[in-house]
Design a protein around this ligand. Sequence first.
Ligand SMILES: Cc1ncc(COP(=O)(O)O)c(C=O)c1O
Length: 397
Amino acid sequence: MHNFLDALELIQALTPAQPVTLDRPQAATRAARFFVDRFPGKSLYAVKANPSPDLLRVLWNAGITHFDVASIAEVRLVAETLPEATLCFMHPVKTPEAIAEAYHTHGVRVFSLDCREELDKIVAATGAPEDLTLCVRLRVSSEHSELSLASKFGTELTEARDLLMATRQAADSLGICFHVGSQAMSPHAYVQALDRVRAAIVDASVTVDVIDVGGGFPSAYPGMQPPPLEDYFAIIERTFESLPISYSAELWCEPGRALCAEYNSIIVRVDRRRGEELYINDGAYGALFDAAHIGWRFPVRYLGDTRSSTMADFAFFGPTCDDIDYMAGPFPLPADIKAGDYIEIGMIGAYGAAMRTAFNGFGTSDHYTVGDEPMQSMYTGEARPHWRADNVVSITR
Ligand SMILES: Cc1ncc(COP(=O)(O)O)c(C=O)c1O
């Protein structure tokens, strides 16, 4: 597959009629190295955020050896792509068939649960072995996060005692896990959650071997500039060390977004302009699911130098026939942008590239590797975004 310097070089060479996905392995490598080197414990990549086999190999080569998988398809994918990886099956509601295949065929030993029925199911499906690591998921607040994960999974503190005691009996190694919600904009989210963990441990008086602080580590998007990840790591480490757990207890995390958001951007073409609305060739059923359904704002830039430097705010329509294939933005682009122009949409690596469907006959997208910087980064030590102040890429280099 041909590699390009950047999006501009690509459109000049290919003038693509379909949306194109750009891979930035160097950005994913940098993110993975950051977690491997600086998170004060073990980092499991949450595969659901972006299950691309190429990305899995990039993360593995950068030192990520553990993977949080949430379905049997993800178990099979990672087992096939990275046979030596350690898999942790962290969906709290699994089928007996999935548990049995994961344990007996793929060597999975780590499972999460949040109720007694799931514990019984895991024990039965695995044959009550002596080598299970079982993580009890606690319900915690999502109040500091852009995307809540507080209502579906997690045992209440009031019920945690009995579940922890029962799980301790079945587990070789007992863990407690939680998820503070995705894109947690304050490190305090983890302190609050770990305070609940502390209360649960004290109440149940059990020996805990693993504390898993889950995902939620943020990326940078327009209008969302989180504190540095070092602040999250420092406060997690301090709070972890104050928990009533043994010296040998392990600290884990399960970053999805933070490891892959910068890995992809897409190039779309404007098929029509209607006032301040641009009809583009990717959308709600493609890589822009979050932009359509939860109003997520991604960085955009016009690819070329023939348009005005005056900017205007635009909304997008995707290619399908549905009214809801609409992304309100606002997306700032040159005021005279028109049909046939190309736009790069950045930070699509997490829950973007992975969301494509073939609905309405759309959804194909070729991948190309590019060597330039992602539009924004948590890993360059710079607070400011990487795109130029006028948001327009010059054609002259
Ligand atoms: C159990 C679990 N772990 C980790 C993640 C990754 O979360 P994030 O992408 O916010 O880091 C998720 C996301 O839904 C999850 O459900």
